[in-house]
Design a protein around this ligand. Structure first.
Ligand code: NAD
Length: 473
């Protein structure tokens, strides 16, 4: 954490950013307080016997809002986790879900642990015990509170959680929907692992579809050839960097990791680097770039796009003035503090905020949850029907025109959408529609001058409407 002590905490930082939007909307104080308040926070301490010794672990699950159910949000395993962070992340989930029209409340969980210090079997015991606590205390079920992966957790942990819930609730036909981000053969959905990074790519693509927005960030043209610095090559960062470089022609000029940064102005091959990290556990000695030991300083490297995809509070009042990117896409949650946000706005740097930029994960989690409660793979009923229909259309065109359709066109027309096609299409549509709603708010309200305030305003309007329509009970 690089923030100086004079800056507000992560939770206060989120609240201050939200206040800015609430002020623009002129929301009454009661509704504003109701929206901002965290509904419930559970702290658990539980013992697990590790290598013959009893260790006591501390975990949290915060339910920020329940205006829609279930409440949704990841579980992270980190040695620096605390309640303030969990509450901040839970509140971000509320705004995020509303923004992308995912009908869930906001929640988040964390376990204070350094997962690298434990063996697989030990992590399984700890995870099952943590899940047990959350389930028994009403903070985990398919209908009320559904976790997903976050920092330090992945498909494996989600499978252990689902299995623990199943053992405690064998009568619940929807048990598999108690958690998302599961492995494919345990109720997961195709496209979930890469969903957040894919969502970041779709956000960047949509931004570059609007020349006026590109101009406002002092750039022109398309994504092709734009330079990009990325911080964190974990789940989110790896996929975002891979898709942007391999599919959109973005040049990744630096990758910042926990052990330094790699720089290559001609572009770093992300797949090669990722395989290097898997093989060696570090970015050190990667042949395709130069190592800079002071990783965080590389956030200040001039580039078109900066993507923080690691931790919160990386751009603070201490380094904000030295940031030289034209566009920042917040793939991580809370990478910019409130004070830094104000500095960056004054500098004219365009920021696509976390509440929108990394919403791809929860969007595809929503698709997975729907798949789980409907007990059927997306596209299973339609795929072959679409294929037959496409072939009939192709034959009809041939008959009417007397011309033969090429094999590649026939194949394309007769392609029935499978689950991955549907997930990608649903995610792309979600990110584009949300961008357009945010943009509309930015253009129509002269008091709104940045994407973050426009995003929160868009989201808060929807949440407030649900409170006003239903009333407070
Ligand atoms: P992850 O654990 O897979 O990856 C985090 C990466 O950051 C790792 O490669 C780690 O080595 C690196 N890192 C750690 N400390 C660093 C430092 N000081 N400097 C540079 N790099 C550092 O986690 P993730 O799932 O990719 O999550 C990253 C961010 O995205 C978090 O803020 C998380 O809340 C957010 N997010 C994740 C998802 C998701 O679906 N996984 C969804 C929405 C938001």
């Amino acid at each position: 954490m690089t923030a100086t002590i004079t800056e507000p905490s992560f939770r206060e930082s989120v609240d201050l950013m939200v206040d800015r939007a609430m002020c623009v909307l002129g929301l009454d104080e009661g509704t504003a307080t109701a929206i901002k308040s965290c509904n419930a926070v559970l702290q658990v301490k539980f013992p697990v016997k590790i290598r013959g010794k009893i260790e006591v672990f501390t975990g949290w699950r915060a339910t920020h809002s329940t205006h829609r159910l279930p409440s949704k949000g990841g579980i992270r395993y980190a040695p620096y986790a605390d309640q303030d962070e969990v509450e901040a992340l839970a509140s971000l989930m509320t705004y995020k879900c509303a923004l992308v029209d995912v009908p869930f409340g906001g929640s988040k969980g964390a376990l204070l642990i350094d997962p690298t210090q434990y063996e697989r079997d030990e992590l399984e015991m700890i995870t099952r015990r943590f899940a047990h606590e959350l389930i028994r205390k009403g903070f985990l079920s398919p209908s009320t509170n559904v976790p997903a992966p976050d920092i330090g957790t992945g498909q494996r942990e989600m499978a252990w959680i689902a299995d623990t819930y199943k053992h405690l609730h064998p009568e619940d036909i929807n048990y598999i929907a108690c958690v998302t981000g599961k492995p494919l053969f345990h109720g997961g959905i195709r496209g979930r692992v890469e969903a957040t990074g894919r969502g970041v790519q779709y956000v960047a693509q949509e931004f570059f579809r609007h020349p006026e927005d590109v101009k406002s960030a002092n750039m022109q043209g398309s994504l092709q050839g734009k330079t990009c610095v990325i911080q964190g090559l974990g789940n989110v960062g790896y996929h975002a960097a891979k898709f942007l470089s391999e599919e959109d022609g973005v040049i990744i000029t630096a990758v910042i990791e926990r052990d330094g940064a790699l720089i290559n102005d001609n572009g770093i091959n992300i797949e090669d680097l990722y395989q290097h990290i898997i093989a060696h556990g570090s970015i050190n000695n990667f042949p395709g770039a130069t190592l800079e030991e002071n990783g965080i300083a590389v956030l200040e490297k001039p580039c078109d796009i900066l993507i923080p995809a690691a931790l919160e509070r990386q751009i603070t009042m201490e380094n904000a003035d030295r940031i030289q990117a034209k566009l920042i896409i917040e793939a991580a949650n809370g990478p910019i503090t409130y004070g830094a946000d104000e500095i960056l706005n004054k500098k004219g740097i365009v920021i696509i905020p976390d509440a929108f930029a990394n919403a791809g994960g929860v969007t595809v989690s929503y698709f997975e949850w729907i798949r789980n409660i409907s007990h059927i793979r997306l596209g299973r009923m339609q795929r072959r029907h679409e294929e037959t229909h496409g072939l009939q259309v192709a034959s009809m065109l041939e008959e009417l025109t007397g011309n033969k359709i090429s094999d590649s066109l026939r194949k394309a027309v007769a392609h029935g959408a499978d689950e991955l096609d549907l997930v990608r299409s649903g995610l792309d549509d979600t990110m584009r529609s949300a961008y357009q709603q945010i943009r509309e708010n930015l253009l129509k309200n002269e008091k709104i001058t940045d994407f973050r305030t426009a995003s929160y305003a868009t989201s808060i309007e929807k949440i407030a409407r649900s409170y006003i329509d239903v009333g407070i009970y």
